[in-house]
Design a protein around this ligand. Structure first.
Ligand SMILES: Cc1cc2nc3c(=O)[nH]c(=O)nc-3n(C[C@H](O)[C@H](O)[C@H](O)COP(=O)(O)O)c2cc1C
Ligand SMILES: O=C(O)C(=O)c1ccccc1
Length: 352
């Protein structure tokens, strides 16, 4: 990051214009875009903005503890990097640089099936856990192979994308003529040219069903996380199928427009889940207060997507570490200013 970093990047929102300056237009549109009219994309952030906080005073917040435990693993803070496709589009080292930055900031990094780097190379550069995200492909056996192989390669959890049976209508990347360069290798993604990026065709991609999730469950002892749940009944079925966690997500609003903001969907889901498994939330998390609101409404952790990719584009691994640390410090400030010294003190009463 340039020397003026502390004045230039005061919050995660400041990263987007910086990335826009350095990225090819079509790549920027691919990352920034949401589905349809981007109503849900705006709402993911606006819904956080509508929530007001309730501070408690005169509590000792000199020593803050942001630590959480997920699947028996201690994590120093609840900020996780979401899986984002094709990171070598924005930086020559792609996911490896992102994982290195995540490690510096002590954050879990999620490597997607759509990654342009191998998981061993990400594990090698980070002390923090690396998770693998399975994006289901048409070769059923290959999906199973990936899941079976991941523990030996160093993955600490397996997440599965469950919210993308057909490509979302992403006008911006289409208008900009976004294309994946053939030269960009994707070691786990064989289906990349089979239509996932085509819109308006009503084409269905290969897609897992609950039976497939049960099969994946039988293939690994790693924690299994279902990413892309918005309905309490699906959360219930996830638990019944053996999921160890869910991600309440609308895929950064890239799939179906006019879905609810994730923070609005969270309360009913956390009520139903009732603490049986951890809930992770993503979509529009930009401020420390957003992290606090998500935890107050039932999340154990949050994921961030676009902001860290903008940081990666702007300044590689250092940028990613800077981005996470910025959010982490902002979250600590939000905890102190609401009188919450530990994560388990952040409950519903923190919401006005
Ligand atoms: C450019 C881009 C690529 C993504 N690729 C994937 C993917 O391959 N698999 C997946 O499950 N989610 C993918 N996502 C969704 C993110 O994991 C995450 O749910 C979302 O970005 C969170 O919202 P936020 O960007 O508002 O923080 C992608 C998101 C973006 C912006
Ligand atoms: O862009 C995305 O959100 C995404 O999930 C994806 C999936 C496959 C290929 C590229 C991106």
């Amino acid at each position: 990051m340039p020397l003026d970093i502390e004045t230039r990047f005061l919050c995660l929102a400041d990263l987007e214009p910086a990335a826009r300056e350095v990225l090819p237009h079509a790549v920027y549109e691919f990352i920034a875009g949401g589905a349809g009219d981007e109503i849900t994309k705006r709402d993911n952030e606006a819904a956080f903005d509508r929530i007001r906080l309730r501070p408690r005073v005169l509590r000792d917040v000199t020593r803050l503890d942001t630590g959480i435990t997920l699947f028996g693993q201690s994590l120093p803070h609840p900020i996780i990097l979401a899986p984002i496709a094709y990171q070598r589009l924005v930086h020559p080292e792609g996911e490896v640089a992102a994982a290195r930055g995540a490690g510096v900031a002590e954050a879990v990094f999620t490597l997607g099936t759509t990654a342009t780097a191998a998981i061993e190379d990400c594990v090698a550069v980070s002390q923090s856990p690396v998770w693998f995200l399975l994006y289901w492909q048409s070769d059923r056996g290959f999906n199973g192979e990936l899941v079976s192989r991941m523990a030996a390669l160093g993955a600490k959890a397996i997440s599965v994308t469950v919210d993308l049976p057909t490509p979302g209508d992403r006008h911006r990347q289409f208008r900009a003529g976004f294309k994946i360069p053939d030269s960009l290798a994707t070691p786990y993604f064989k289906d990349r040219n089979t239509g996932v990026l085509k819109v308006g065709t009503a084409q269905r991609r290969a897609m897992p069903t609950w039976a497939d999730i049960a099969w994946l469950r039988s293939l690994t002892t790693l924690p299994l996380i279902l990413k892309g749940i918005l309905d309490p009944d699906d959360a219930e079925q996830a638990i019944r199928t053996g999921a160890d966690a869910i991600v309440v997500s609308n895929h950064g609003s890239r799939n179906l427009d006019t879905l609810p903001a994730t923070i609005d969907a969270l309360p009913a889901i956390s009520e139903r889940v009732a603490g049986r498994i951890p809930i992770i939330l993503d979509g529009g998390v930009r401020r420390g207060t957003d992290v606090l609101k998500a935890i107050a409404l039932g999340a154990s952790a949050v994921m961030i997507g676009r902001p860290y990719v903008y940081a990666l584009a702007t300044d590689g691994a250092d940028g990613v570490a800077y981005c996470v640390n910025l959010l982490r410090r902002d979250f600590e400030a939000a905890m102190a200013l609401t009188g919450r010294a530990r994560i388990d003190e952040i409950e519903r009463s923190a919401i006005w």
